[in-house]
Design a protein around this ligand. Structure first.
Ligand SMILES: Cc1cc2nc3c(=O)[nH]c(=O)nc-3n(C[C@H](O)[C@H](O)[C@H](O)COP(=O)(O)O)c2cc1C
Length: 272
């Protein structure tokens, strides 16, 4: 990935700042659509408590989420600042007020039904899909209550990158898969600007087969990502952030393989 020259940097920033999502006039005052557009991942929080009834309705949104055959293959570890500190010996990432660890859970299903043959990749995929949908439901319910959030797959050692650590720390049974953590709180300061989103034409196709996205659009997106990082973080670059993830990839892959193919004797060839 090459670095940005000053012109590309300015162009990248302009691209971010000029991006607007417009609702059609007939829907411009639709509160749900407005919320979907306004939602941002927030990483600065006020030291203000989320009331219990508000947090509860956020959890209810997860409980009522859709899932494959209504199997509800999920589990949620819920934390306030004290219980997080006690468990992980550090504050909730970004000093959030509450956190939820989202887990895909096939273990509970197996306790109720023994019909499921052991098909580890199917189980993993299915439970992660369902748990992720529930996570987004929480995210949106929180926004509707004026509570901001950020999903984390890596920061704070509490996402799928650190599945092995979490399995040990929380005593997770086989068939329970860490997916991500969501940190909740009331946003502090100005809402973040929308990061570069790819235009619709590069992520949809309407013909009979897959269409490649235009190379120029992809390059513009990357330049905007790099420019946005440079403008937002003095000490961090997009490349640096990416490298931070990549350094952990090998270990994460090995740990996840063990977690998914936990009946080792049947899947020796799949586990490094
Ligand atoms: C599954 C998932 C994992 C994420 N993990 C992290 C993370 O570890 N650290 C972080 O700062 N943001 C994380 N994010 C937030 C993304 O960076 C953010 O969604 C993306 O930049 C788009 O910004 P937006 O949510 O404001 O639209 C994650 C988001 C998702 C959906």
């Amino acid at each position: 990935m090459k670095s940005l020259n000053p012109i590309e940097f300015v162009k990248g920033l302009q691209g971010i700042l000029n991006a607007k999502v417009k609702l059609p006039a007939s829907l411009s005052d639709n509160p749900v659509l407005q919320l979907l557009i306004r939602r941002r991942s927030v990483r600065k929080f006020q030291q203000k408590d989320i009331p219990d009834d508000v947090f509860r309705i956020i959890l209810e949104a997860a409980r009522l989420a859709p899932s494959t055959v209504n199997l509800q293959t999920w589990k949620f570890g819920i934390f306030n600042q004290e219980s997080w500190q006690e468990t992980f010996e550090k504050p909730i990432p970004f000093k959030g007020n509450r956190a939820v660890i989202i887990l895909g859970d096939m273990h509970r299903i197996r306790r109720t039904m023994d019909e499921f043959p052991f098909k580890p990749l199917v189980e993993y995929t299915l439970s992660v899909i369902n748990a992720s949908i529930a996570a987004y439901a929480m995210n949106i319910a929180a926004e509707a209550c004026g509570v901001s959030s950020v999903m984390l797959s890596e920061t704070g050692k509490t996402g799928f990158y650190d599945a092995k650590y979490l399995k040990e720390k929380l005593g997770l049974p086989d068939g329970v898969y860490p997916v991500m953590t969501i940190v909740f709180g009331y946003a502090r300061g100005k809402m973040p600007v929308m990061p570069p989103k790819l235009p619709l034409k590069s992520i949809v196709f309407s013909g009979t087969s897959y269409e490649e996205a235009d190379e120029n659009i992809l390059r513009e997106w990357l330049e905007q990502m790099m420019a946005g990082y440079r403008a937002s973080f003095v000490t961090q670059s997009f490349k640096g952030k990416l490298n931070h993830y990549l350094k952990k990839v090998d270990q994460a892959e090995r740990n996840l393989s063990k977690l998914i193919f936990y009946r080792e004797e049947e899947f020796k060839d799949k586990i490094e």
